[in-house]
Design a protein around this ligand. Sequence first.
Ligand SMILES: C[S@@+](CC[C@H](N)C(=O)[O-])C[C@H]1O[C@@H](n2cnc3c(N)ncnc32)[C@H](O)[C@@H]1O
Length: 337
Amino acid sequence: MTLRMKTLVSGGHQPVLVEEVLRFLNFPGSRCIVDGTVGSGGHAAALLQATPSSVRLIGLDRDPEALKGAAKRLDPYEGRFSLYQASYKNLEEILNQNPLSTVDGILLDLGLSSMQLEIAERGFSFQKEGPLDMRFDPDSSKTAADLVAKATEKELSDLFWRYGEERHSRRIARAIVQARQLRPITTTRQLAELAQRTLPWQGGRRLHPATRVFQALRIAVNEELSALEHFLGHALDFLSPGGRLCILSYHSLEDRQVKEAFRRWQREGQARILTKKPIQSSESEIRNNPRARSAKLRAAEKLEPPAHGDAILISHRNKYRVPPFGGGQGGVDGERN
Ligand SMILES: C[S@@+](CC[C@H](N)C(=O)[O-])C[C@H]1O[C@@H](n2cnc3c(N)ncnc32)[C@H](O)[C@@H]1O
């Protein structure tokens, strides 16, 4: 990362794979970029700094606190951005409020920010004592404590299996149901200690037994996978031909959804995949920002629909296309395509 870029992204959440995101989303002719998970504006600030002053940015986040951070960080670019408290799932409604019906770039940086994780009262971290909340949008109705209190043993077990890929999902579901009969489970510490007592853990550098339990609850509370699925069902409608979609995911459930959608679009001739393999952070980025360890970046470009009678019509922007990444960008897990 260049010194300039380091200065730009310092303060607040440290964005992941910034230069790679810019490489895909900063291209000539672009007019408008959507950051669907703007957070505290790390990627958005980098995009606004790198692109010409004619480029506009629309930032969305479900979390009003994150948006306050974004507004502050993006202040130097006043007049070039608008922020909305909304889910990227509802992007169509937001675009309807704007002069452009399609945009040239969309970024999703999924999951939660390090700031959300750090604030104990948000209840995302099993390492901090707080209410078992985990809502991105504090006005949404269901907290993690509600789920833990009301779901049946079978529902809990399915949830830990599907969203946490937890091998001992039945065991932890049974323990929760037994424990809640004695005392409601309302805090992060209660649940973390229960997971630690119930699930095997060799300690040391192995995943803490609460990790998958907390991940699964957060995904369920915020309906994260259905939001992504809904978005992927419509994403190409929001992009102009030649427009690009960049998605950063942090666990295999999300990454699988993105990979499958991109492959389907490519098979159907609707888009071309720009990342042959997902791009991952370099060792030096991971040293500076441990959150980068699990990040996978995939990008795709919407193709011009074939004109009547034409086999393939090349987009005016194709001449500026970046070459597809051939992998080897610090890849760790050796995923095969
Ligand atoms: C990893 S952070 C984004 C950080 C951001 N790229 C930055 O550089 O500051 C993910 C953000 O997505 C938000 N989020 C999660 N699900 C969302 C959804 N369905 N729609 C909009 N925002 C969402 C979270 O509230 C969080 O602020």
